[in-house]
Design a protein around this ligand. Structure first.
Ligand code: SF4
Length: 624
């Protein structure tokens, strides 16, 4: 009873009428021919108006119009469904290709779509049907092909924002193939609005078939469709308007019903809404059981060596220097923090390591190497990189809300990564996913395996992101501001977790953050970035105790301290970060630097020092 009431509430009276209409139409299309095979001429009763014996009247041959309408539903619906299927398959392929590969591929496809929009498609449909000959197949093909550009635009528009989302980037980072990303990450996320639009398209294609048949360019005359009924009734429309009005009303009613169903269906099935109310719990005691300690004193061998890395982007105003000659080393079991304001190049540097830079395309041929396990990552093919991403170098992202695929259960997301990289069977991968959930401290892990991302809090989602990153047992974890979207309690739990992982697993972590407080308490080394360059680096203790670069000092001064007076304002860095376009002249921090001297505006400071390096002219000349 309750289910019936909630069904009524969800669809409303209009929705229920629309469902009844579509169900009736479906029954007529499937079984109507069984009852209409004996429709006979009855010239004595020709052109009868609607009556009790003939609810839809009769046509110019005296045939019952109700029977003809039922008979015509079969081909009209078939044309609508088949043409829509062609349009959606073709349009989805084109739209997904444009959105996923973007850049030149997108521009070329968009040019064709624009050109097709300017093309008189109905005239083209008439011409092609008349040229190929009138048949149901030709009508379906023509309407289906002409629908492709419309669907392609919709699919492209729905997919473009998703391609930039972290869960797609995470899938690339995990080494998934393009086809796997499209099938598993993109399509499930666009299918719902597309199905809604598909309902509308079925109605539209039925009406297009009607229009073609009306002007004699549709199906052959001996095949009954609603369009054919309109066409055959137009000769007697003045005396018997019901011959045109009834089939036209059927088409109109079908479009209206499908539109209503589409809007009700989409409204009844919203995209996952993030709930933040799930209580956090502390790390499970099982976590320590699940992991084995490797060493409490991490060895110091270098696992990743970034040498003079450059990432420039072409812009209409010149090359944008997102990363401008960065060198950095990461050792086994070490956490190196990469700090700086937003826009300083931290994230771009991390993504450049693994070829994850977004469009516009990176300028090719720039100097630099990223040495990992004896090979330069920048020289690897995309297939070779794919085997390293996710498997040996994993990444977790800033926003746990966007990192996970919203339409896939979290257990499966973890298990899929284990299957992809470790070749585990489904059962083994599921067991591994459960172990990982326990290891990263997800309470009630067995139940959470079947949870959807929107059912979890931000902290739990971030733990799931870490579990996915660990699923293939990587050697390096790049953590791109993983705690900035979390409250301080959850932040601390996650940082504790990362600490344990590097101690127990020997995991090396490149930790990107703008939070100097986190750096002070967790990182072994710190590298400060400004305008695409590292301007100071060294052990955390040294940099925090004796910052040499005014920019670092300004960042440190902006940390809230418990020993400060409560009413004292935090220090801010005046001005805004520069846009690194055009040749570099002088120190990029000069316009904002309180210690600037004339030489700063002409000389480019280089990193100098041994274990503690800084790029500041005044540091070099000793003027402080
Ligand atoms: S080089 Fe000059 S402008 Fe740049 S940080 Fe040092 S003192 Fe400031």
């Amino acid at each position: 009873m309750n289910r019936l009431r909630s069904f009524k509430q969800r669809w409303g009276i209009l929705g229920l009428i629309a469902i009844a209409w579509i169900v009736t139409l479906g029954v007529c299309a499937l079984f109507g021919h069984l009852f209409t095979s004996h429709l006979n001429q009855d010239l004595k009763n020709r052109l009868q108006a609607p009556s009790f014996s003939h609810p839809f009247g009769t046509n110019n041959l005296g045939i019952d119009m109700l029977g003809l309408a039922i008979k015509g539903a079969r081909i009209s619906v078939l044309v609508g469904l088949a043409a829509t299927a062609i349009g959606f398959i073709g349009g989805s392929l084109v739209g997904l290709t444009a959105a996923y590969w973007r850049g030149r591929t997108d521009r070329v496809i968009l040019t064709f779509l624009d050109a097709s929009a300017a093309f008189p498609s109905f005239v083209a449909a008439i011409s092609v049907v008349l040229f190929w000959g009138k048949s149901v197949r030709n009508v379906v093909l023509v309407i289906g092909v002409l629908t492709i550009p419309v669907i392609a635009r919709i699919v492209r528009a729905a997919s473009l924002p998703l391609v930039e989302r972290d869960f797609v980037l995470a899938a690339r980072m995990q080494g998934s193939r393009h086809s796997q990303i499209i099938v598993r990450e993109l399509i499930p996320n666009v299918i719902r609005p597309l199905l809604g639009f598909a309902m509308i398209t079925v109605g539209i294609t039925i009406s297009v078939e009607g229009g073609l048949s009306f002007i004699g360019a549709g199906v052959p005359d001996n095949i009954v469709t609603w369009g054919q009924l309109i066409a055959s009734g137009r000769a007697t429309v003045e005396g018997s308007p019901h011959l045109v009005l009834i089939p036209a009303s059927l088409i109109f009613g079908t479009i209206l019903a499908l539109n209503t169903l589409s809007s009700k269906w989409l409204r009844g099935r919203p995209f996952p809404i993030v709930k933040e109310s799930v209580a956090e719990t502390t790390v499970s005691a099982n976590a320590s059981d699940a992991a084995k300690m490797i060493s409490s004193n991490p060895p110091t061998d270098v696992v990743l060596s970034i040498e003079n890395l450059h990432t420039y982007f072409s812009t209409p105003f010149g090359s944008l220097r997102a990363v401008d000659g960065v060198s950095l080393q990461l050792r086994r079991g070490q956490m190196v923090a990469l700090v700086g304001e937003s826009g300083s190049g931290k994230t771009m540097m991390a993504r450049s390591l693994l070829g994850l830079v977004p469009s516009p395309p990176r300028v090719a041929g720039l100097p630099g190497r990223v040495m990992f396990d004896g090979q330069d990552l920048l020289s690897l093919s995309s297939e070779e990189l794919r085997k390293i991403r996710g498997r040996r170098i994993a990444m977790i992202f800033q926003d746990p809300m966007t990192t996970l695929n919203p339409v896939m259960r979290v257990g499966r997301q973890i298990a899929d990564t284990a299957t992809l990289h470790l070749g585990l069977s489904k059962k083994e991968a599921t067991r591994r996913a459960l172990e990982l959930l326990i290891e990263v401290g997800v309470p009630d892990a067995q139940r959470r395996m079947r949870a959807w991302p929107h059912e979890l809090s931000g902290g739990l989602r971030q733990r799931i992101g870490i579990a996915i990153a660990l699923a293939a047992e990587p050697e390096i974890l790049i953590a791109d501001e993983p705690t900035s979207a979390l409250d301080v309690t959850i932040q601390r739990q996650l940082l504790d977790l990362l600490d344990r992982l590097r101690r127990y697993r020997g995991l090396s972590i490149l930790f990107i953050t703008h939070d100097m407080g986190i750096v002070a308490s967790r990182a072994d080394e710190v590298a400060v970035m400004y305008s695409g360059r590292i301007v100071e680096q060294g052990s955390t203790l040294e940099v925090f105790a004796h910052p040499r670069m005014p920019y670092t000092r300004a960042l440190l001064a902006s940390i809230p301290r418990i020993d400060h007076e409560s009413h004292k304002k935090l220090a801010v860095i005046g001005g805004i970060p520069p846009i690194a376009i055009g040749p570099r002249v002088g120190c990029a921090f000069a316009p904002r630097c309180p210690d600037v001297i004339d030489a700063c505006r002409t000389e480019i400071p280089q990193l100098v020092g041994d274990t503690h390096q800084a790029a500041c002219i005044r540091n070099v000349v000793g003027v402080t």
